[in-house]
Design a binder for this molecule. Structure first.
Ligand code: ADP
Ligand code: C5P
Length: 208
């Protein structure tokens, strides 16, 4: 059994991490490849009221159960299936369901803080930082959080100024130094994405 190739994809909120990850996934649809979102490992907050949960800082490393993610990546690397938690953004907590993930050849680990934790970082073979300007990211986030995450404009702006922006500068942006590759603009940077895909294909074909 061969250990899977583990690829970390990070960047600020709405930088395009998911879009870049899907571009990679779509290109390898004939391989055994999976994407795991760090967001699935936000801590269970079902013991708190909804009001209390709205006050959590979701952009701080302590909001995540990263030890569980690390343990599950190690299980996958040992050829064992895992049950990944699922997360409900509208209710700010873990949902009851889990998603079974069988062992694969390639795992993409995506999230705002996946390069922040040294033990998690050390499991990765390729580390990618998607770099998109703050103004573009806040515009995208306003649209997405209202349409898909049941938020109001005021709540998105408050959260951005009080947590998303300061935590980006404190914890996320500094992880750029750990990246092997920085992709400005994300998925619309077709040259950058193609270079990544070529590299991954070469590794999968036995190169390095
Ligand atoms: P992240 O995973 O970093 O939060 P997403 O890939 O989900 O970011 O992108 C956030 C939003 O921005 C989505 O609505 C997506 O369709 C849009 N988006 C992502 N990349 C681009 C791009 N290069 N150009 C235009 N819109 C984009
Ligand atoms: O997809 P994206 O990378 O933007 O997801 C991470 C963002 O989700 C964080 O910036 C965090 O503020 C937000 N989040 C939220 N509410 C939650 C959990 C996460 O707004 N309950």
């Amino acid at each position: 059994m061969k250990k899977p190739l583990i690829i970390g994809v990070t960047g600020g909120s709405a930088s395009g991490k998911t879009s870049v990850s899907h571009a990679i996934l779509d290109n390898f649809e004939n391989e055994k490849i999976a994407m795991i979102e760090h967001d699935s490992y936000y801590k269970d907050q079902s013991n708190l009221t909804f009001e209390e949960r709205t006050k959590t800082n979701y952009d701080h490393p302590l909001a995540f159960d990263t030890d569980l993610l690390i343990a599950q990546l190690k299980e996958l690397s040992s050829d064992r299936a895992v049950d990944i938690p699922t997360y409900d953004y509208a209710n700010h907590t873990r949902s009851d369901k889990t998603k079974r993930q069988e062992p694969v050849d390639v795992v993409i680990v995506e999230g705002i803080l996946v390069l922040e934790n040294e033990k998690l970082r050390d499991l990765m073979d390729i580390k990618i930082f998607v770099d998109t300007d703050d103004d573009v990211r806040i515009i995208r986030r306003i649209r997405r959080d209202i349409e898909e995450r049941s938020r109001t404009l005021d709540s998105v702006i408050d959260q951005y100024l009080n947590a998303v922006k300061p935590m980006y500068h404190q914890f996320i942006e500094p992880t750029k130094r750990y990246a092997d590759v920085i992709i400005p603009e994300g998925v619309s940077n077709t040259v950058g994405v193609d270079i990544l895909i070529t590299k991954i294909a070469s590794i999968l074909q036995g190169g390095n």
